[in-house]
Design a protein around this ligand. Structure first.
Ligand code: SF4
Ligand code: FE
Length: 509
């Protein structure tokens, strides 16, 4: 297992083609704008070496029996699913931002589950290829980015009908040695500081979209791959001084980038799906389920930081005992722990898939993420409320250090005795960073937008069964046979789920 420094050094061995603010970036590791993202991802490596967190941060590989970083592990039981979300809350608490490595972890698990099922149906050997790849990931302690979201162009048209075929990553050519692929993936978290890229389809594909039903892994600096790094609210603040940036070491949210694939060669041993369109839905839903469950971990870790910061500021301003402040802080805690309860529930209600890997409870995972899309806004609103208007009107560090204005500003931001004005400004900047910036829309759209969660919730809610329950209680319907009281689609869905469930813990309604 690498530690934080070894991870950062390992990025120097890569030669990524990255563009930002109109320029090609020469050295990623030395670029000041990328420092926070790299430091945050490094924390996923560093904590694995801390004896206090080893139980959460590491796991035993089911392939080799060796101790590995949990971010490269395939979940072998409920205990692993629970430890995964504990790890996410812990990292959120330590960094106050997105640590990026979970997307690759979820990609590894989702591809592991799906390749097994493809092989069962088609007699292919994707799963064996993938296990060999996983061995490499674990041995090298790589961070792969999980590249799912395509650019998608005109959303009303299927991938094969798009005016620009590159809006979806697709197969251009097949040969004896492998595939030639082209296209784009957008908003990919941690892309420029990952060692590898794992791609997955972004949506369910039909037969005519065979060439878009595609999953593979390549080195992040493979020939033909380039990146355009995205901007974030207040991103250049990090160049203005420690005090102005809010979270100087770890930044705002995970650095996202567009990944461009231009005639990239992928050898067959790194291809995990090539045309099996009928498994695209399984891969997308499995990945989305894992990733949506995470949000009740990482965002609650961030909530811990912002609740602590809000309480500290209330104390610094001498208002910590005011009943409305106590009420707001209590609201924040209750909402954060509600989301935490959701993520624990979908982990404890997880189940064993035919591949042997464990998956979370899909309905509960979608409920977790839907709650996050609302409650993060709510607890950040309360943090802004407690902090006061200062969080958007603070002067710059340069003015605080200018002898002409230093004294008056120090007086202006003084609080209760024992709370230095500079510390008060630091904490207000942190709250500004977390509650005003890009973290909010990230909580909304990361792991899929609310509409996507609602589709999954509606599909899995078993509302027909609930109606029958109501009718039976009301004495309207005397027929309680399960097969007859659920609709046809619902029955097919649950038959499928029942086939996959080999353990008792998943509820069917
Ligand atoms: Fe991980 Fe959360 Fe960032 Fe997603 S948003 S990569 S789950 S820290
Ligand atoms: Fe995210």
């Amino acid at each position: 297992m690498m530690n934080g420094k070894e991870y950062i050094d390992s990025l120097r061995d890569l030669d990524l083609e990255v563009y930002f603010l109109g320029q090609r970036i020469k050295s990623l590791v030395d670029e000041p704008m990328f420092q926070p993202h790299i430091h945050t991802a490094a924390m996923t490596y560093e904590l694995a070496h801390d004896p206090e967190y080893q139980e959460i941060m590491t796991a035993t590989s089911h392939l080799t029996g060796e101790r590995i970083n949990r971010f490269t592990h395939i979940h072998q039981g409920i205990d692993d699913l629970v430890k995964k979300v504990r790890m996410m809350r812990l990292l959120g608490q330590k960094t106050g931002t997105c640590f990026q490595r979970c997307v690759g972890l979820d990609g590894l698990n989702a591809v592991y589950v799906t390749t097994y099922d493809i092989d069962q149906k088609h007699g292919t050997n994707y799963h064996e290829r993938f296990r060999n790849y996983l061995l490499e990931v674990q041995k090298n302690d790589w961070m792969p980015s999980g590249a799912m979201t395509d650019a998608r162009g005109d959303r009303s048209l299927r991938p094969s009908k798009q005016q620009h075929p590159d809006t979806y990553v697709h197969i251009k050519e097949r040969s004896e040695d492998g595939l030639i692929v082209s296209g784009m993936k957008a908003h990919i978290t941690g892309a420029i500081n990952s060692h590898e890229i794992i791609t997955m389809p972004t949506r369910t594909m039909g037969e005519e979209d065979r060439d878009f039903a595609l999953s593979f892994a390549i080195p992040a600096d493979a020939k033909g791959v380039s990146y355009v790094f995205s901007r974030q609210t207040n991103d250049t603040r990090r160049l203005d001084g420690v005090l102005d940036s809010g979270n100087p070491k770890y930044g705002i949210v995970g650095g996202e980038a567009i990944i461009i694939f231009k005639d990239v060669f992928v050898p067959w041993e790194r291809v995990f799906m090539a045309g099996e369109y009928e498994f695209t839905n399984e891969l997308v839903e499995t990945f989305a389920g894992y990733h949506r469950s995470n949000y009740g971990g990482c965002k609650v870790g961030l909530a811990d930081v912002v609740i602590g910061g809000s309480n500290w500021i209330a104390e610094a301003h001498g208002i910590e005992r005011a009943s409305h402040i106590v009420d707001k802080l209590t609201e924040m805690i209750a909402m954060a722990e509600t989301c935490w309860s959701c993520t624990l529930a979908c982990s404890y209600e997880g189940y064993r898939t035919p591949s042997g890997a464990y998956h979370i409870h899909p309905l509960l995972a979608n409920v977790t993420k839907l709650n996050i899309t609302r409650m993060v806004y709510e607890w950040m609103r309360l943090a802004q409320d407690i902090a006061g208007g200062k969080i958007i009107t603070l002067p710059s560090e340069k003015d605080l250090e200018n002898p002409e204005t230093m004294e008056i500003l120090t007086e202006c931001f003084a609080g209760k005795e024992g709370f230095p004005p500079r510390d008060i400004i630091k904490m207000l900047r942190l709250i500004e960073n977390m509650s005003v910036g890009a973290g909010l829309p990230e909580a909304m759209h990361g792991a899929g937008s609310p509409a996507a969660q609602k589709i999954m919730i509606a599909r899995r809610s078993g509302v027909d069964r609930k109606m029958e329950l109501a009718k039976t209680v009301a004495g309207i319907n005397q027929d309680t046979s399960f097969e007859r009281i659920i609709g046809k689609d619902e029955k097919e869905h649950w038959d499928e789920v029942k086939k996959k469930i080999q353990e008792k813990s998943v509820q069917i309604c």
